[in-house]
Design a protein. Structure first.
Length: 307
């Protein structure tokens, strides 16, 4: 099979490897190099780095609006185009070029969490399960029929980063299964997505990182998990701005004003919420690194002495 792969971030790299094992990847499409790091130097995407290591030609168009960009894809004579977190919308005129169209690996159980940030939104919403879908692409945003899917449970304390890595590996497995079927001339049966249960996973924004103590503790604990490693939850605790790497919710009644530090111990910093208490167990001071609450209190003895 002549395969074209389109992807950009780390999440897509295992899928590129799976594609290369099941067919001939004749080209890789990825986002143009972007400035990154303190020096703001142009940096290739993880998918581009993987492609160059494998000696696969890389194309980086800004979009697919021009006739030249479509003609370049057509010239590759692809049997199938595989799209994984590419970051560009593909018009119908592009989706129609490959013999078998375009497949997309999406990190949710569609139609739940269509859109840009399905992994983090699933954790933020308190979902118990998620998974990966292999979808036949159409013009709408993640609206195409599902070819294959696999579900997994979300761990009670699993972070966005941890779930990202598990779903990335699972996505590669599901893609590999689909490509194996296609190679055997067995075409996965498309399952139209149901109308009920559609939700949208809007792109993460750094402004969401600031915690609102008037919210329930369970909701805030989910945000802390979902936003780790980015954008990382932030909050004001005992007069200091902290980034929260790990926290749990306690079903504890209190009459304190939300945001009040109730207790400070080696187990964590217990902060009053709109309902319940958030226990902060791993945190980061400005300019510092992630440390446990116990280590933090070594430098904030005033908090222990007051309680």
């Amino acid at each position: 099979m002549r395969l074209v792969f389109a992807g950009t971030p780390d999440f897509a790299v295992p899928c590129l490897r799976a594609a290369a094992q099941k067919g001939e990847v004749v080209a890789v499409y990825t986002q143009p190099d972007r400035p990154a790091g303190r020096g703001r130097e142009l940096t290739p995407s993880p998918v581009k780095r993987e492609a160059l290591l494998r000696g696969i030609p890389v194309l980086q168009p800004e979009n697919f609006r021009s006739a030249a960009s479509k003609e370049a894809l057509r010239a590759l004579q692809p049997d199938l185009m595989i799209v994984v977190a590419y970051g560009l919308i593909l018009p119908q005129s592009v989706l129609d070029i490959p013999t078998y169209g375009c497949w997309n690996v999406h990190a949710s159980l569609l139609p739940r969490w269509r859109g840009a940030a399905p992994i983090q939104r699933a954790i933020e919403a308190g979902d118990a399960r998620t998974g990966v879908c292999l979808m036949q692409m159409e013009k709408g945003l993640d609206t195409g029929p599902v070819l294959l899917s696999q579900a997994i449970d979300i761990g009670e304390q699993e972070t966005g980063g941890q779930l990202h890595d598990r779903l990335s590996a699972l996505g590669a497995q599901v893609l590999s299964d689909g490509l194996g079927l296609l190679r055997a001339d067995i075409h996965p049966v498309p399952q139209v997505q149901p109308e009920d249960g559609v939700t949208y996973a809007h792109k993460l924004d750094k402004s969401e990182a600031r915690l609102d103590w008037s919210q329930p503790a369970h909701a805030l604990a989910n945000k802390v998990r979902a936003f780790n490693p980015w954008p990382m939850a932030e909050a004001s605790v005992a007069g200091e701005r902290l980034r929260l790497h790990g926290a749990i919710a306690l079903d504890e009644a209190h009459g304190a004003e939300p945001g009040t530090l109730l207790r400070a111990s080696r187990d964590g910093l217990d902060v009053a919420c709109g309902a319940g208490v958030l226990r902060i167990r791993v945190l980061q001071r400005e300019g510092g690194k992630a440390i446990t609450a116990a280590d933090y209190l070594n430098g904030r003895r005033d908090l222990v002495a007051d309680r």
